[in-house]
Design a binder for this molecule. Structure first.
Ligand SMILES: *[C@@H]1O[C@H](CO)[C@@H](O)[C@H](O)[C@H]1NC(C)=O
Ligand SMILES: *[C@@H]1O[C@H](CO)[C@@H](O)[C@H](O)[C@H]1NC(C)=O
Length: 277
């Protein structure tokens, strides 16, 4: 629980109150458990490294941060198989079937979360064009890639959309914000045709209001195939933590990356209520 986030949570519930069908999924880790009180078995479970088979097994891949704040830390150390999940260096919190956390074509969602980069030592490019991209938040399209995502690339925080085709640097230098909370908010109209839209707002450390708005409209937000035509078969859900798809420590990518996440709220305005909220 991060007290400064209360105001934006209230804003979201006020907006949502006027809409009848909606599902709200909320993760705040206030019970001090890595699953934030949600079941970790069965069809309506959260997928947590260390518990879910096939995910990272390292004891510190996911942990609660000591000190009473109830934040969760996701850590990936390169070149160590215990931080590998689903074939890649990865430690992420995922969702099986919560209607608030999932989305499909033609649905509308609002998502907010806070994130902190812990003691970041940024990756360097070395002899490459750029350091590898480390994904820290994604709207994961199952059976495909990500519809929208945020990634750390060296000291840049980058927004990607259109199935990783389009990129925009949203924070040029994250170093002044290391070890401080940053707040993010997405509003997305999920469309597989060109009538989709999304808005991203941020509140950076020391700021009282959300701003830095990136808004795109008249585009495909719900991606149905890779650029090479490979179809994306499943539907979407939020997924967060650390995913280091191409990281290479020899080439200059930082060996250890730790990201905290907290106060995650996901609302689907087209789904019926989540059972567990
Ligand atoms: C785009 O998809 C939506 C949802 O299926 C549909 O209502 C709309 O008519 C489509 N628009 C166009 C221009 O195809
Ligand atoms: C990692 O980087 C090193 C140094 O640039 C390179 O020799 C090696 O092939 C890379 N490994 C992979 C898997 O790309």
């Amino acid at each position: 629980m991060k007290p400064t986030h209360i105001i934006s949570a209230i804003t979201i519930s006020t907006l949502a109150a006027s809409v009848s069908a909606r599902a709200v999924f909320n993760v705040n880790y206030e019970d001090d458990s890595v699953s934030s009180g949600y079941p970790t078995t069965g069809p309506n479970r959260v997928l947590v490294p260390g518990i879910e088979p096939g995910l990272a097994t390292a004891k510190d891949a996911v942990y609660m941060v000591a000190g009473g704040a109830h934040n969760t830390a996701f850590a990936v150390v390169l070149d160590d198989p215990t931080y590998v999940g689903g074939g890649f260096p990865r430690s992420e919190f995922g969702y099986a079937g919560f209607p608030g956390a999932t989305y499909k074509d033609c649905e509308h969602g609002e998502y907010s979360f806070s994130m902190l980069l812990k003691d970041l030592v940024p990756s360097v490019k070395g002899t490459r064009d750029a350091p590898a991209e480390d994904v820290v938040w994604q709207f994961k399209h199952h059976g495909g890639g990500h519809d929208l995502h945020l990634a750390l690339v060296g000291t840049n925080l980058v927004l990607g959309w259109g199935g990783n085709v389009y990129k925009q640097v949203i924070i040029d230098n994250v170093m002044p914000y290391v070890n401080k909370w940053m707040d993010f908010r997405f509003d997305v109209l999920w469309r597989s045709n060109n009538t989709g839209r999304f808005t991203l707002d941020m509140r950076l450390p020391g700021e009282r209001k959300f701003g830095h708005t990136v808004a795109k409209k008249d585009l495909q937000t719900y991606v149905t195939a890779s650029p090479d035509g490979t179809p994306w078969t499943g539907t979407g859900s939020i997924q967060y933590g650390v995913y280091r798809h191409s990281a290479n420590s020899t080439a200059g990518d930082t060996k250890t990356l730790i990201v905290y996440h907290d106060e995650i709220t996901a609302i689907n305005f087209n789904a019926m209520a989540d059972h567990s909220n």
